[in-house]
Ligand binder design. Sequence first.
Ligand SMILES: Cc1ncc(C[n+]2csc(CCOP(=O)(O)OP(=O)(O)O)c2C)c(N)n1
Ligand SMILES: [Mg+2]
Length: 357
Amino acid sequence: MPRTRVYEAVTERLEILDTEGRVDDALMPEIDTSRIRDLYRDMVLMRTFDEKALKLQRQGRMGTWPPIKGQEAVQAGVALAMGENDWLIPAFREHGIMVLRGVPLHLVYAYWAGDERGSSFPEDVRCFPVAVPVGSQWQHGAGVGLSLKLRGEDAVAVTFGGDGSTSEGDFHEAVNCAGVFGAKTVFVIQNNQWAISIPLHKQTAAETLAQKAHAYGLPGIQVDGNDVFAVFTAAVEAIERARRGDGPSLIEAVTYRLGDHTTADDASRYRGEEEVEKWEARDPIIRLRRYLDHQGLWDDDQETILREEAQSWVDAQIKVLEEMPPQEPEEMFTSMYAAMPPHVAEQMGELIQETRS
Ligand SMILES: Cc1ncc(C[n+]2csc(CCOP(=O)(O)OP(=O)(O)O)c2C)c(N)n1
Ligand SMILES: [Mg+2]
């Protein structure tokens, strides 16, 4: 019997905007200039509320915060590609896209300040709560995408996770299941090179994370995750494909966590300053600002106004957060189920009795 080639795959990498802010015209997606300015605004807003959260934590006004600094382009690019009714199923480093999808910032802050109300969003916001158990959200993403297909809805599910989460069985089960059942799901890996102190090369022996899609029969693409135009282009392709009913896809966005893992971590203990500096030079916000400058779409006055507006918006959200009345202990039960199971209702009753007596 002969040996024959039964399968061959190529994994592409997409880059459109370079570090100097120049684009490849042939690949540049069509986006109105006002939208491009909005992308920049969105990324600056993210950077502002992220940096503020770190300060709140140092002042004892925030619990633990996982910074998104450096990963803004992934989140802004995917958000722009999503349709109004699409679902977002985040892990725990997606505050940027959560806010862009309509989750009020004060609720994002509330979650990380240890308040249960930070997991309960307004009805019209199609976003799942934060999922801290690493990898669990991939399964939810596959499930929501399958449900949208079975219900015949036009919407798609977009789910996020980190490079580290691709080592969890949950990731493989979710992607496999989505492939088999043709779920309307887009899987976005924020490959920020680190899973706390574990570097990518200890996470996988594969060249890319995108290629893992091939094993499950899905298209997979790698994009420069600090290039908002590449992220947007890949996300549009994947979302449109899912919406058409042609099945799920996987996007690996190669980026970098410029900050610590969380406020409980000190990354200088396991990674060198040189590596961080190399990635600071690829900062997605600076890169987009350079593009806007080349195009004559932005100036320093606009920048000053934007920074001031961002700061006042964040301060106003902190005020809303800190003026929320104290939560009742039983609120840990109330947003969990549409119809509360009897044993949970019983536990809630006991807690109310205990805390009121
Ligand atoms: C099941 C599980 N194991 C371990 C942890 C502890 N933990 C929290 S975040 C994290 C690393 C996740 O890395 P990655 O998926 O790359 O996401 P990133 O933090 O880089 O955004 C670990 C091990 C957890 N939350 N859940
Ligand atoms: Mg990571």
